[in-house]
Design a protein around this ligand. Structure first.
Ligand code: FES
Length: 100
């Protein structure tokens, strides 16, 4: 099973492909904002994907629109509530600030 590495804590967990990153990260006991509960409306689950971005599900229009309106967005940005785990290992970076 592919692994998800969560920075900055360095926690590594195994994640079933197709699992929402948000679900996996919260399940690992990490803190990540999720004010709108996965509707791609709040932007508080914004994180950086430092490795494995290609294996994740593609960002859909809603996610891209939300990211466009979010502070601090870069080429590694995803919304954890929208990105689904793929079949390869992924490393994410929690940003430690609530954006959007
Ligand atoms: S939980 Fe609100 S955008 Fe992801």
């Amino acid at each position: 099973m592919p692994t998800l590495t969560i920075a900055p804590s360095g926690k590594v967990i195994e994640v079933e492909p197709g699992t929402r990153l948000l679900t996996a990260i919260l399940g690992a006991g990490e803190k990540l904002g999720h004010k709108c509960d996965g509707k791609a409306e709040c932007g508080t689950c914004h994180l950086f994907v430092s490795e494995g971005k290609k294996t994740l599900s593609k960002a859909q229009r809603l996610e891209n629109e939300r990211l466009d309106a979010t502070v601090g967005v870069g080429s590694k940005s995803r919304l954890a509530c929208q990105a689904l785990m793929g079949t390869e290992n992924v490393t994410v970076e929690l940003l430690g600030f609530a954006s959007g």
